[in-house]
Write a protein that binds this ligand. Structure first.
Ligand SMILES: [Zn+2]
Length: 300
């Protein structure tokens, strides 16, 4: 079975090429996946925009209405890092629905990835840090509300701490949030996950993978997980503009193999989302994000 991939052309909100957020990585990732023989018809799904009701499972009703109406207060737009016009609003609704769709495909097929998502800084009250809606939190709460799952694990390996996910899910005992991130990186004020692992600047492949290898079994001892959401942010890479860690391509590849292998060997469905990655060299960045899909495609 080819890897199930979720994508939508509307994931690209068409920012200027010199914008701090490298928006063109979304179409370039799809191109990279096609070149690698992934993203083929029959294994490619497109989401419909998420409804307001669904988004309100994780976010304050007034904030959801502001995003959908493109009337987000300027102060919040500044915290997000871009203004929320029609394309950005639609993009946020599509990417969120894409993670929920990928989660459903993972429950059916064992593994699936959204070619976007991982907007983990969006809190219940508002967006922040290039994140408008928190796709993983919305998808988790939607699956729980439907009774499709009872125990959800979030493994967030983006280099930035998963403060928004922790904020939204802190009073939801059916979801366990784990974040491993750079200690000195954004956000300055971190919101405690159920488990946090903070790494010093310059952590490279070996120390990173050793730490992860000790934590993954601890996560699996706790409960029988019905699904794991994996935020595979590539901003841990040595060449990332915001990262401060020092992973290589091989390190990234070993990380994806360690995480995916760990859960798939235990029969836990895995929904991958791409998370953060920042570089002026966007084709190189897209190739880094493609590693998740290459590794995932070796698992069923
Ligand atoms: Zn990040």
């Amino acid at each position: 079975m080819p890897l199930q991939i979720v994508h939508h052309p509307g994931y690209d909100a068409g920012f200027a090429v010199n914008h701090r957020f490298p928006m063109s990585k979304y179409p370039l990732l799809m191109e990279a996946l096609r070149i690698r023989g992934l993203a083929i018809p029959g294994a490619l799904s497109m989401p419909e925009p998420a409804s307001a009701a669904r988004l309100k499972l994780a976010h304050a009703a007034d904030y959801v209405d502001q995003v959908i109406a493109c009337r987000v207060p300027e102060k919040i737009e500044r915290e997000i890092g871009f203004s929320v016009g029609p394309r950005v609003s639609l993009r946020a609704q599509l990417a969120t629905a894409g993670t929920l769709l990928a989660a459903r495909l993972a429950l059916e097929h064992g593994i699936a990835c959204n070619a976007a998502g991982g907007s983990h800084h969006a809190r219940r009250a508002q967006g922040a840090g290039f994140c408008t809606f928190n796709d993983v939190a919305v998808a988790s709460l939607a699956l729980l509300a439907e009774g499709a799952v009872e125990n959800v694990l979030v493994v967030d390996l983006d280099v930035h701490q998963g403060d928004g996910t922790a904020d939204i899910l802190k009073d939801e005992p059916r979801v366990f949030t784990f974040s491993m991130h750079g200690e000195r990186n954004y956000p300055v004020r971190k919101i405690a996950s159920d488990l946090d692992a903070a790494l010093p600047d310059g952590t490279g492949d070996d120390a990173y993978l050793d730490r992860l290898a000790t934590i993954l079994p601890q996560l699996s001892w706790q409960r029988r997980w019905d699904i794991v959401f994996y935020n595979a942010g590539v901003d841990v890479h040595a060449e990332d503009r915001l990262g401060r860690l020092a992973l290589t391509d091989n390190g990234l590849s070993a990380r994806e193999d360690m995480v995916i292998g760990h859960f798939r060997k235990r029969g836990v469905p895995l929904c991958g989302v791409i998370g953060g990655g920042y570089s002026a060299d966007v084709p190189a960045l897209a190739a880094r994000h493609a590693i998740l899909f290459e590794v995932a495609s070796r698992y069923e």
